[in-house]
Design a protein around this ligand. Structure first.
Ligand code: PLP
Length: 360
């Protein structure tokens, strides 16, 4: 069977080159007579894999030496609890901007541990925009300010970061990880689940500035204590070895294409094809204000639920899968992460044009 174009919000497509390389190394990884799935996480082969993955990530994202790179488990969702446990231990206060469900879930966790405050929200318009803030909106005493950088469900992204002054800024970058260059030094911590843009599910990567470590509450579960994970080079316990190996292959793939500048160019090209069509179509409309549109997740609707359902059904049959939108937005969503080829978006738009012609 031909491979489908998978527009899922996550887990999502992996580059075909990566899958082929992994397949070719499945039974015998570099002459050691076993697969990466089977080998010890303390073996010299795996030690090289995890170190290479970290080095590649540092190179691609230009991560300074005073930041730790941690390979963690529990999904992005586990960090919703780990972040307050590790950092909300000075004033016990933290400021959250609510730009969608993922930010809200993180906020809900933080409220269990201290004085978490909602600074701004775009809930009034179904999270279709990024709320504006100024430095005066933030509590200078807050232990950190928390944002969700790219809002996977609603298709918004911060093109400009909130000005938090000296307050440490923490961002969930799950759905825009490695999609374009980012200035890590603007953040005290960024982190993301790997299953959108980096690797299969099972891995979270956290990038944390050194001065943030060592503040965790005594009750912090050991598996959520970033300092302990850092001291043990992410090998406190058995890490998701195979996922880290695929992560390394994905990082090599990104590097081979020219790094994050090249990824950005490619992603902008893909997104433009889709947004240009949405802006010109009489049937399909984007749901996000143009200035906050994401490069990665593109929600869109028609004016009728029946037409949405018909479109999704026919698109699926034509090999464009997982286009159904999140239930809170309805309609459709095309997630066009790094691994989605340009021709996948071109063919989707051609299909949408044809659908509009036949159903208009
Ligand atoms: C997918 C996603 C999550 C949840 O990730 P899990 O690894 O399933 O916990 C959190 N935040 C964002 C922005 C996401 O896209």
């Amino acid at each position: 069977m031909a491979r489908v174009y998978n527009f899922s919000a996550g887990p999502s497509m992996l580059p075909e080159e990566v899958l082929r390389k992994a397949a070719s190394e499945m039974l015998d990884y570099e002459g050691c007579g076993q697969s990466v799935m089977e080998m010890s996480h303390r073996s010299k082969e795996f030690d090289k894999i995890i170190k290479d993955a970290e080095a590649l990530l540092r190179e691609l994202m230009n991560i300074p030496d005073n930041y730790q790179v941690l390979f963690l488990q529990g999904g992005a969702s586990a960090q919703f609890s780990a972040i307050p446990l590790n950092f909300m231990n000075g004033s016990g206060k933290a400021d959250y901007i609510i730009t969608g469900q993922w930010a809200k879930k993180a906020f809900t966790e933080a409220k269990k541990y201290g004085n978490a405050r909602e600074v701004a929200s775009s809930a009034d318009k179904t999270f279709s925009y990024i709320p504006k803030t100024t430095r005066a909106d933030f509590d200078p005493d807050a232990d950190y300010v928390y944002i969700c950088m790219n809002n996977t469900i609603y298709g918004t992204v911060y093109h400009e970061l909130p000005d938090t002054g000296d307050i440490p800024l923490i961002a969930d970058i799950s759905s825009c990880f490695l999609s374009e260059p980012m200035d890590v030094t603007k953040f005290a911590m960024v982190y993301g689940g790997a299953q959108k843009n980096v690797a299969p599910a099972g891995l979270v990567i956290a990038i944390i500035r050194d001065d943030m470590l060592g503040k965790a509450r005594d009750i912090t579960p050991v598996m959520m204590n970033y300092q302990i994970m850092a001291e043990n080079h992410s090998l406190y316990n058995t890490p998701p070895c195979y996922t880290i190996y695929i992560c390394k292959l994905v990082l090599e793939w990104i590097k081979s294409l020219g790094g994050l500048e090249a990824m950005k160019e490619r992603n902008e090209k893909k997104a433009k094809i889709l947004y240009d069509f949405l802006d010109s179509s009489k049937m399909f409309h984007g749901t996000v204000v143009p200035e906050d549109r994401s490069l990665m997740n593109v929600p869109f609707v028609t004016d009728s639920d029946e037409l949405n359902a018909k479109f999704i059904k026919e698109a699926t049959a034509a090999g464009f899968v997982n286009l159904k939108g999140h239930r809170t937005v309805g309609g459709m969503r095309a997630s066009i992460y790094n691994a989605m080829p340009i021709e996948g978006v071109e063919k989707l738009v051609a299909f949408m044009k044809e659908f509009e012609k036949n159903n208009g």
